[in-house]
Design a binder for this molecule. Structure first.
Ligand code: SF4
Length: 436
């Protein structure tokens, strides 16, 4: 199959720009090798000496000799982010969140990807049911890592049932291949009550530990249940007692692994601690926060960063009044941080609001799944002060748009208050309050 990679943009002052590569040009080959997708490109482009074959928009072919530092990028973005079509998943997982989304949202939000190239590039978790032997060969040959794997269970029959895919059990063997190839992996288990918890979870943890340290961490997160589950596999929410049991299991294994390997290996998502009404563990339990993006250790890190910045901050008695909104999950933690702020900033008043997720349903507690319409409905008429601070996780990557397509401006206009976005760091948290 012929692969066509059209240049979308060229970084000004970068290597490609200096060589005269322009938007619309096509990349045909590097060092005589045709590029299949971003895997090939990432690998081939690393060399110090490159022979890059480009087709200009007028049909001319240019052969460019490039000398550069090892791993230095050429500064090219392609029309297709993966330099290929995005691969959709072949599963029908009983816990899939996309199946639980309300109708009428942007079409791209319903796209189910399960693409190993996104795992490498963006840290997405893949089930391996979609990964061909050819992909695995390339991952090993090019040493592309880490690869994040949605394991869910190591029981092959149960995995077929959970992923609703008769090949899902066999796909676990691909972990063996990646392990033998020395490819660093992180795993995750989405825990479903009465399905892959209890004895099944014990089995999974035991089985996965044999891949340590190539498999460097495994997170266990509770299934997210929205209110749109009609016609879907019946799944029950976890209770406080369930969460306590899950944490017991995780902590017991953590101790064992820490004794044996000096790492905790298995990690509980923050949601378990909130559900169990327990304090989140200290930082050293997170082995360097290997799965922060997956909601593992975020609350601890935020707290510790805040404390560090708070201790370094010079207090003042300036009068300020502003507001902040977050989801049910982070609310008590943010509340504690604001209480602490009063010690050094006694005249700073921050109204903190806990936003219920009416859009997806109350069981969804993370700030990242709150929508513009819930913010407007629940903050209308409330004291908001000079500005409303919202966490960056509420917005789509790099854009000022909520999941329901409301923009930051829409919400600011509806609430008649300017909105500032707070990055997910304790330092930014303080700065945005005292020093905007
Ligand atoms: S792999 Fe499963 S959870 Fe992920 S998108 Fe596909 S069906 Fe949904």
């Amino acid at each position: 199959m012929k692969h066509e990679h059209i240049v979308r943009s060229v970084e000004q002052g970068g290597i490609a720009w200096e060589m005269g590569i322009e938007p619309g040009d096509k990349l045909l080959a590097i060092n005589g090798t045709e590029i299949e997708d971003v895997f090939d490109y990432h690998y081939l482009v690393n060399d110090e000496e490159l022979l890059v074959l480009i087709e200009k928009t007028n049909g001319e072919q240019w052969e460019l000799e490039i000398e550069k530092e090892y791993e230095e990028d050429l500064g090219i973005e392609f029309e297709q982010g993966l330099m290929d079509e995005y691969r959709s998943c072949r599963n029908k997982c009983i816990f899939c969140f996309i199946d639980q989304m309300p109708p009428g949202m942007r079409e791209t939000l319903y796209f189910k990807d399960d693409d190993s190239r996104l795992s490498f590039l963006q840290g997405n978790y893949v089930t391996l049911t979609n990964m061909s032997d050819h992909d695995i060969d390339r991952i090993i040959r090019y040493h592309l890592e880490p690869i994040n794997v949605s394991i869910h269970t190591t029981n092959p029959e149960l995995r077929c049932k959970m992923l609703h895919n008769r090949f899902a059990g066999d796909a676990l063997k691909k972990i063996d291949r990646l392990y033998e190839g020395g490819i660093q992996m992180n795993g995750q288990i989405v825990l479903c009550k009465g399905i892959n918890d209890g004895e099944e979870l014990e089995r999974s943890i035991r089985d996965m530990s044999k891949y340590f340290p190539t498999l460097q961490s495994v997170s266990i997160v509770p299934v997210g249940l929205s209110k749109y589950r009609d016609g879907l596999y019946p799944l029950d929410p976890f209770t406080k007692e369930d969460a306590l049991k899950v944490l017991d299991t995780i902590h017991r294994w953590q101790e064992k692994f820490y004794e044996e390997y000096g790492m905790h290996f298995i990690h509980a998502g923050d949601e378990w601690y909130i559900l169990a009404e327990q304090e989140v563990p200290l930082a050293n339990r997170y082995d360097g926060y290997l799965q922060l993006e997956n909601g593992v250790g975020m609350l601890r890190l935020l707290h510790d960063e805040f404390e560090e910045a708070f201790l370094a901050a010079t207090g003042d008695d300036k009068k300020r009044e502003l507001s902040m909104a977050t989801g049910v999950l982070a609310y008590p933690y943010i509340g504690q941080m604001l209480e602490r702020m009063k010690e050094k900033f006694p005249n700073t008043k921050v109204h903190l609001y806990c936003i219920r997720n009416d859009f997806f349903g109350e069981r969804i507690t993370v700030a990242g799944l709150l929508t513009g319409q819930d913010l407007v409905a629940q903050l209308k008429g409330r004291a908001l002060g000079e500005t409303l601070l919202l966490p960056v996780s509420m917005f789509r990557n790099g854009e000022e748009v909520f999941l329901d397509d409301y923009t930051k401006e829409d919400v600011a206009n509806a609430l008649q208050v300017p909105i500032d976005i707070v990055k997910s760091s304790g330092q930014d948290f303080i700065e945005m309050i005292i020093d905007r």
